[in-house]
Design a protein around this ligand. Sequence first.
Ligand code: ADP
Ligand code: ADP
Length: 231
Amino acid sequence: TKGIEFKSVDFRYGSGNQELALRNIDLWIPRGKTVALVGSSGAGKSTLADLIPRFYDPCGGQIKFDDEDLRSYDMKTVRRRMGIVSQDTFLFNNSVLYNLTYGCEWAGEAEAVDAAKRANAYEFIMNLPQGFDTEIGDRGVMLSGGQRQRLAIARAIIRDPEILILDEATSALDTLSERLVQEAIEELCHDRTTIVIAHRLSTIRNADQIVVMERGAIMEVGSHTSLLEQE
Ligand code: ADP
Ligand code: ADP
């Protein structure tokens, strides 16, 4: 079965007697589905998301990717199949186009990126006004916070990742823009990509699964509507 499976995963930052940042996480993320991790700040959403590209390894339990232990993979290859957008995603102090294409070159797959798809992602995500100069940056024009987030998302998406991790990736957008960007992501990636969204607020509309976290643990897993009905 294809997907990511967390089995009794514990994680703590540092080695000593620090409290667990994640405790006893059991979670099944089927391939091609969208999972939203929600919960207050410090709940463990980013930590959980960071275990998928192995920025950290669990101190207990196991993570499996397509039935194999995540640690048995060559992570350089696996990370190439991932798109990761977090709040501190690195953008070059350069033009929009440079940032978009560099992500592909780094992954060694510039030629694999379909031109039409690139244009699509670009248009949907960036929502650029008519006549927008994509060489900005070179000319010292700064992007807004929201524009930078859109650019980071577009850069991740045009590589057609198998797994897309969005960690507070739309937090600088207003509610309407955020919804439009989320809808565009769904439309561009739908069944092909496993999407993991970590978000402080539950503004996520179209996730297949909502995972509610609190103090390093999963409190509840359900569909959006079933969780809304309880509120
Ligand atoms: P969330 O993404 O839900 O806001 P985090 O995963 O960032 O939560 O944090 C979970 C817990 O781990 C918090 O108690 C936080 O203080 C702690 N934590 C996060 N990052 C680090 C780090 N780099 N070093 C030590 N503790 C950390
Ligand atoms: P914010 O970051 O303020 O939330 P958005 O990123 O949602 O704003 O962008 C709001 C509008 O302004 C969008 O139509 C966007 O294309 C446009 N915009 C943002 N930054 C620039 C810029 N540097 N030059 C021209 N238009 C921009």
